[in-house]
Structure formats: structure tokens, C-alpha cells
Design a protein around this ligand. Structure first.
Ligand SMILES: Nc1ncnc2c1ncn2[C@@H]1O[C@H](COP(=O)(O)OP(=O)(O)OP(=O)(O)O)[C@@H](O)[C@H]1O
Ligand SMILES: [Mg+2]
Length: 222
């Protein structure tokens, strides 16, 4: 069988540092000689990016959580087909900023969408292309929302999800923790309320211990 890259997703609420940590991890992997692509959801392929604009503008919210979830699934199918699966098949690693757990948290827990619909959409959209590791960045929502607002620097408008209230974001935070607790093999919860470098070191430790160290040891035996 062809060599297969690792698929790592970053999850968590608004402003917890997902994009920052993805950049740091991509740098560390490059230093280790591992080729990784960085991508994001919603989006990550031209057609999925077009849907991202529709979803995040709020134009899709009148469809309700089910309609939004179906649009996310459509975007995800294209993203996997066009970007993620080809990279993994080529042996590259894929670092993805949000993935199916965000649908479970945003449309499922916080949007109160029926779990059986979420599960069905996930089966159709994700299929076998499941993450090897999901890093859940966790911190108090007051601080993460402050970070998200500061990043906009008062210029851009908050997006459709940033505009939601405190209860929505608390529910989201708990939903990500619940997902991690239900799938401890796949998920690691990282305390994101620390300087980026410290968070990055823990991210790197997770990745190295799971995927890099054992392989080196195995290679050393050959
Ligand atoms: N550990 C940290 N400590 C302080 N500030 C941080 C930290 N990590 C990221 N930031 C800053 O907080 C803001 C949000 O970070 P980032 O964009 O990485 O979060 P995100 O999870 O990708 O947010 P979003 O969900 O809105 O995409 C940025 O301005 C970033 O520079
Ligand atoms: Mg981001």
C-alpha cells in the first residue's frame, strides 16, 4: 500500500488559537523534514471556499441548523475530494483548521440539531477520511472571545458565529470537551490559556509522541 500521511485537525471555539497553532506545527514539521499542507473548514478547496463565504456571512442561517449542516457537509465532501485525500494519498500530512467536530459542536450541541442527522452527514461526507489526531484547544470563553475581537482590530464585523451569545459559546466549549472525552484515542485536550509557544510545545509533544518517535525507533531497529 502507498505510504499515507497523517491527518491532524485543530478544534475549539472562536479565538482559542487554532490558526496560530497550525502555523507553529507546520513550521516544526517542516524542520523535521515532513511535508504538510495547511487547510481549513469551512473551505479548503475553491468550491468549499465559495460555500464558506455564504455560511459565515450569515446568509445561510435562515435555512436553520439542518440547512447549514447540509451546506457544511457539501463543502466537506469537496474539500476532502479535492484537497485532503489527494494529499494524504501522496504521503503528505494534512493540518486542518476545524473539521467534522466543529459541525458536531456548532450545529449539534449549540445548534441543537438532531444527532442522528449529524452522524448520517458525517458518514456520507467524511467516510474513511477520519483524523488521526484531533487537538482540542480549550480555554475560558471570555478570554478567547477577547482574542477573537482583538484580532479583528475593530475593523471587520464579527462573523455569524462570533455574533452568538455567551450561552452558545459555553455550550460549544463543553461540546468539544465531551467529544474529546468520548474519543480519547483520537483527541487530546490542550490548555490554550497560555503563551502560544507553550501551547505549541504541548501540541508538538502530542504529535511527536504519537507519530514521530515510534517511527524513528522502528527505523533505528532496521
Ligand atoms: N496563546 C496565545 N496567547 C495570546 N494570544 C494569542 C494566543 N494564540 C493566539 N493568540 C492571538 O489571538 C487571536 C486569535 O488567534 P487565532 O486566530 O490563532 O485563533 P483561532 O482559534 O484561529 O480563531 P478563529 O476561531 O476566530 O479562527 C490572534 O490575534 C492571535 O494572535
Ligand atoms: Mg482561525
Amino acid at each position: 500500500m502507498a505510504k499515507k500521511g497523517r491527518f491532524i485537525t485543530f478544534e475549539g471555539g472562536e479565538g482559542v488559537g487554532k490558526s496560530t497553532q497550525i502555523r507553529l506545527l507546520a513550521e516544526k514539521l517542516a524542520e523535521a523534514g515532513i511535508k504538510a499542507i495547511v487547510t481549513r473548514e469551512p473551505g479548503g478547496s475553491p468550491q468549499a471556499e465559495a460555500l464558506r463565504r455564504v455560511i459565515l456571512s450569515g446568509a445561510a442561517s435562515p435555512f436553520g441548523p439542518a440547512g447549514e449542516a447540509i451546506l457544511f457537509a457539501a463543502a466537506r465532501i469537496d474539500h476532502i475530494d479535492e484537497t485532503i485525500a489527494p494529499a494524504l494519498a501522496a504521503g503528505d500530512w494534512v493540518l486542518c483548521d476545524r473539521f467534522a467536530d466543529s459541525t458536531r459542536a456548532y450545529q449539534g450541541a449549540a445548534g441543537k440539531l438532531d444527532k442522528s442527522l449529524i452522524d448520517s452527514l458525517e458518514r456520507v461526507a467524511v467516510g474513511e477520511t477520519r483524523p488521526d489526531l484531533t487537538l482540542v484547544l480549550d480555554m475560558p470563553i471570555e478570554k478567547s472571545l477577547e482574542r477573537a475581537a482583538a484580532r479583528r482590530q475593530g475593523s471587520a464585523e464579527p462573523d455569524r458565529f462570533e455574533r452568538e451569545g455567551r450561552a452558545f459559546h459555553e455550550t460549544l466549549r463543553q461540546a468539544f470537551l465531551d467529544i474529546a472525552a468520548a474519543e480519547p484515542q483520537r483527541c487530546a485536550v490542550i490548555d490554550a490559556d497560555r503563551p502560544s509557544e507553550q501551547v505549541g510545545q504541548e501540541v508538538w509533544a502530542q504529535v511527536r509522541d504519537r507519530f514521530i518517535k515510534p517511527r524513528r525507533r522502528a527505523e533505528a531497529k532496521d
